[in-house]
Design a protein around this ligand. Sequence first.
Ligand SMILES: *[C@@H]1O[C@H](CO)[C@@H](O)[C@H](O)[C@H]1NC(C)=O
Length: 430
Amino acid sequence: MAAGRRDKSSQSSIRGSRIAAAIGIGVLVGCVFAFLFPHGFFSSNPSTEIRSLSKSNFEVDTTSCESTEKINLLKSDIMKLSDKNVELKRQVRELNEKLRLAEQGKDHAREQFMMLSEPRKAGPFGTVKGLRTNPTVAPDESVNPRLAKILAEVAVRRELIVAVANSNVKSMLELWFTNIKRVGIPNYLVVALDDGILDFCKSNDVPVYQRDPDETVDSVGKRGGNHAVSGLKFQILREFLQLGYSVLLSDVDIVFLQNPFDHLYRDSDVESMSDGHNNMTAYGYNDVFDEPAMGWARYAHTMRIWVYNSGFFYIRPTIPSIELLDRIAGRLAREEKSWDQAVFNEELFFPSHPGYEGLHASKRTMDFYLFMNSKVLFKTVRKDANLKKVKPVIVHLNYHPDKFSRMKAVVDFYVNGKQDALEPFPDGSG
Ligand SMILES: *[C@@H]1O[C@H](CO)[C@@H](O)[C@H](O)[C@H]1NC(C)=O
């Protein structure tokens, strides 16, 4: 019993000292925390602590609502900012483009001034440069006041895309302007050769122009097949140039993927896409003709270049350009079986010789990967992992008869991201 009590008392004394130690440690820890966190442990501001506690206890729903609201606000802020960012980026792009254009214009003007002013000495080696940018004509509104008014509304910086169309190409025309609208090109105009196309354009909000009745043009325009209509455009374009506008003439079997006006040089009378399919054929090369019978002189060197495509070219309003149109239209009218693209190239490239006076227009070949014909696309680009990644400015389905389905495939591939859209077609017409 005594032992038991002693035990008990000794137990209780041990417990007492343990309690004292615990209290001591508690106080000590309290002091340490009081020292380390003088403004409290959970929050630096007791009132926010209370508020957040009471919120968390009683206002759970409101909090989640408020934070959703806050998130939505932030989201809309972010949207606004990214919109602004896009807008600023667009402005920067526009300003850069303007700067580039201004510099282009300044260079051309300086070149023209230097060449057309007093005779000059040539200057040192490597500094001499001929005139390739001819001065533009003075606009003459009297040739067609109605067209002048339309062009003043439609053109941007006195240039625009022009297509000539009759009802035979209605579905392609629709695809043509749908892509132009998607890219956001404002300066384009359809020259309607019949009432069906006129109404079709009007109902689709497409800028359209119909010429005053003209017997010769009208009969070809209404009934003419592809080549006949193609020849008409040279006659029609004349007035555009006389009014002082640069024209980017486009056939309707063309898919626009970027704004072509961001990719022109504007230094030549004619800047055209090529029917060529590589550097040599598109830009010109020395083709050696071998005649073994000549022995020592068996090799004759010839100049070759694949023709310019008369379905897509940029033409500046200059005297040589207008002379070109007149020469082509004249020959197409006189020579029954002539093909406008062949005539276009002969007039551009053949030099003066006995009995013949050449044109002397300046010319530039467009980049054949940016202004791409359908041979380049189907024979080369679609099979090359790197070339496939570069988005062209336009694709012209000039090399293939199944134009419409290939046009749609081009849109699917470059716009809708369908990687295999170009696969089903053969390289050629099959
Ligand atoms: C074609 O010409 C371009 C530019 O002049 C050049 O960068 C490219 O390497 C050439 N391609 C070939 C296959 O020679």
